[in-house]
Design a protein around this ligand. Structure first.
Ligand SMILES: [Fe+2]
Length: 268
């Protein structure tokens, strides 16, 4: 079966009841499960908005929504088992997610190609690089998911960093220390115009720069426009202590965004 409205509704109901099974009396678990459930809901909205702006038909919009719905389905089991969202200290949550979908037969009513594309895009969503040797269609949905996911993660982390004095969430801070300055490796990665390597992270400022560096891993014009309109880069910059190096990095990411915006407006 292809992805019709009824099927999508069923999948949403499955997801909601699956998430419920992780509700225990534990405060931290409750907060972290809610965090990922809300993230999922917003990534669904982001992917639909991007998909519409890119002119997808209704069936492809439903497929896009489904991959967003399931992209972090592994997060719940990950938190329940390991009490962290750090993959390196626990398990690859994307892979865990595809295993859960398969074990529970969640996608069984869908035709094979649709199942495949959902499982593959979910498995690719958190990789450092896009997959090689994939079909154009799979690659397209992978890119769409990665853009939608980043738009919401930016929002979550920016809100968190700007919320002074609120409750700390070590799952969100990756356990990094809040020490001054930035690491040399991160500075080099950013100035080379590429993504920051996880191994170079030493403190929270480095993590904020890693998020800023995601600008180099965006795929679609409407995503760049959203980043610009929501002032994501500026908001991240605002929560990193000013220094010459930070100014240098910011000038570079900002001009890279401006270039992409120009390209996007030229092509639409
Ligand atoms: Fe994820």
């Amino acid at each position: 079966m292809k992805m019709d409205e009824e099927t999508l509704e069923r999948l949403k109901r499955w997801f909601a009841s699956y998430v419920q099974t992780f509700e225990s009396g534990d405060h931290d678990q409750h907060m972290n499960i809610a965090l990922k459930e809300e993230h999922t809901r917003r990534v669904c909205k982001e992917i639909l908005a991007l998909g519409r702006r890119l002119g997808l038909n209704d069936e492809d919009l439903r497929l896009a929504e489904t991959i967003a719905l399931f992209h972090d389905v592994g997060r719940f089991e990950q938190y329940a088992r390991y009490h962290t969202f750090v993959d390196r200290r626990s398990a690859d949550h994307a892979r865990l997610g595809t295993e859960i979908l398969q074990e529970k037969g969640v996608l069984d009513e869908l035709d094979r190609p649709t199942q495949d594309i959902i499982l593959r895009t979910v498995s690719y969503h958190n990789r450092m690089d896009l997959p090689r040797d994939e079909t154009e269609r799979c690659l397209f949905f992978t890119k769409l998911l990665r853009d939608a996911d980043k738009l919401d993660i930016w929002r979550v982390v920016i809100d968190y960093c700007h919320r002074n004095g609120g409750e700390k969430n070590s799952a969100l801070e990756l356990g990094l220390p809040d020490t001054p300055g930035i690491s040399e490796g991160v500075y080099q990665d950013m100035m080379a115009g590429g993504m920051v390597k996880i191994d170079h992270l030493e403190n929270l400022n480095d993590f904020k720069l890693l998020l800023m560096g995601w600008i180099y891993d965006i795929n679609f014009g409407p995503t760049y426009e959203a980043i610009h309109e929501r002032q994501y880069l500026e908001s991240i910059c605002d929560v990193i202590p000013r220094s010459e190096k930070i100014e240098e990095i910011f000038a570079q990411v900002r001009s890279s965004l401006d270039e992409k915006l120009e390209e996007a407006s030229g092509s639409s």
